[in-house]
Design a binder for this molecule. Structure first.
Ligand SMILES: [Fe+2]
Ligand SMILES: [Fe+2]
Length: 149
């Protein structure tokens, strides 16, 4: 699978987890979902930061450099909110508020990747390169699944 298709699939999966969170009232369910969202985002950002973004940077254009720099800052903000959530009582209204902010941040960031960065890469990196990057990502996904098992 092309790297961009793997990342898009993960975007859809994590968006679905946020939707599920909106409809989950009980504390245990929310805690469980928070763990799932955290694990999914950690893996996703690793794939991007260690495999995909370096390839984007490799395009060596100013636009690519700016996009990666902005994306890394957005990942950083997501990490900050994510780090606070386990300290908040899932039944406290601040939990829902922080979750909403996190969901909006991630949604906006993912949409921007899909609308700007990915189309640029599909055009400039080409199919073979995207497939090769996809294979590298797949290996990272499998290694993390083995660790989790
Ligand atoms: Fe990202
Ligand atoms: Fe992403």
């Amino acid at each position: 699978m092309k790297a961009t298709d793997i990342l898009k699939k993960q975007h859809r999966e994590v968006k679905a987890m946020f939707k599920k969170m909106e409809n989950t009232e009980n504390a245990r369910g929310r805690k469980q979902l928070l763990e799932e969202i955290t694990a999914a985002l950690e893996l996703h950002t690793r794939l991007e930061e260690e495999i995909f973004y370096p390839a984007v940077r490799g395009l060596e254009t100013r636009k690519a450099e700016e996009m990666v720099a902005e994306a890394l800052e957005e990942h950083h903000v997501v990490d900050l909110v994510l780090a606070e959530l386990p300290k908040v009582d899932p039944e406290d209204e601040r939990f829902a508020a922080k979750m909403t902010v996190l969901s909006e941040l991630v949604g906006h960031h993912a949409d921007e990747e899909e609308e700007e960065m990915f189309p640029m890469c599909e055009k400039k990196l080409g199919r073979a390169r995207l497939e090769a990057l996809g294979q590298q990502m797949q290996r990272m996904v499998e290694a993390s699944q083995r660790r989790a098992a």
